[in-house]
Design a protein around this ligand. Structure first.
Ligand SMILES: CC(C)(COP(=O)(O)OP(=O)(O)OC[C@H]1O[C@@H](n2cnc3c(N)ncnc32)[C@H](O)[C@@H]1OP(=O)(O)O)[C@@H](O)C(=O)NCCC(=O)NCCS
Length: 148
């Protein structure tokens, strides 16, 4: 994976990001309107992996009252998984957070989504809390964190 394939997202990428979200999270994904809001109005940074098309993205959120950045979404399209694209996006998100003075990254995942939990464990994230019914009744979340 070439790091230079990762760049900041812009509004021209909106449709690609909405498609990536829908394909990766069929049950629950950001609507076009919500994605637009997150890109334009929220205190956020969106990164895309581009290589003859957009094959992955990461969305980071920031708040003023914490030294943590929040990795709000990461997804890679099905045909480009297991090639280091996700790792590259998380690395770049961490570099961005560090440049903005943050000391750690937090994220939430579905507890029973073993693939995703393993992916983040490989990248040095550790579970720091269980979020009961976070994704709906009986669908629990896991908060994970990594200090830089
Ligand atoms: C999870 C996801 C982002 C991983 O992206 P990816 O580009 O396939 O992952 P990478 O190729 O960068 O893998 C990084 C590490 O995680 C591990 N990993 C990736 N997928 C894995 C899997 N299915 N099972 C176990 N480990 C896995 C890899 O082995 C790799 O470790 P290595 O470098 O030691 O080999 C991708 O599968 C995805 O988009 N899934 C659906 C959406 C999702 O769940 N997003 C995350 C929550 S917001």
């Amino acid at each position: 994976m070439n790091r230079h394939m990762i760049r900041l997202a812009n509004l021209a990428d909106l449709d690609s990001l909405v498609i990536l979200e829908r394909d990766s999270f069929p049950d629950e994904n950001f609507s076009r309107r919500r994605m637009r809001y997150l890109m334009l109005r929220a205190k956020s940074v969106a990164l895309v992996h581009e290589e003859k098309g957009i094959h992955g993205y990461a969305l980071l959120l920031f708040r003023n009252d914490t030294d943590a950045a929040r990795l709000y979404s990461v997804c890679v399209d099905g045909s480009h998984r297991n090639k280091g694209v996700g790792k590259g996006l998380v690395d770049s998100a961490e570099q961005t957070a560090k440049r903005m003075g943050r000391k750690r990254m937090t994220l939430e995942v579905k507890e029973d989504c073993k693939v995703t939990v393993q992916f983040y464990c490989k990248l040095g994230y550790v579970p720091v809390g269980r979020l009961k019914n976070y994704y709906g009744k009986g669908v629990h979340g896991l908060r994970m964190m990594r200090h830089f």
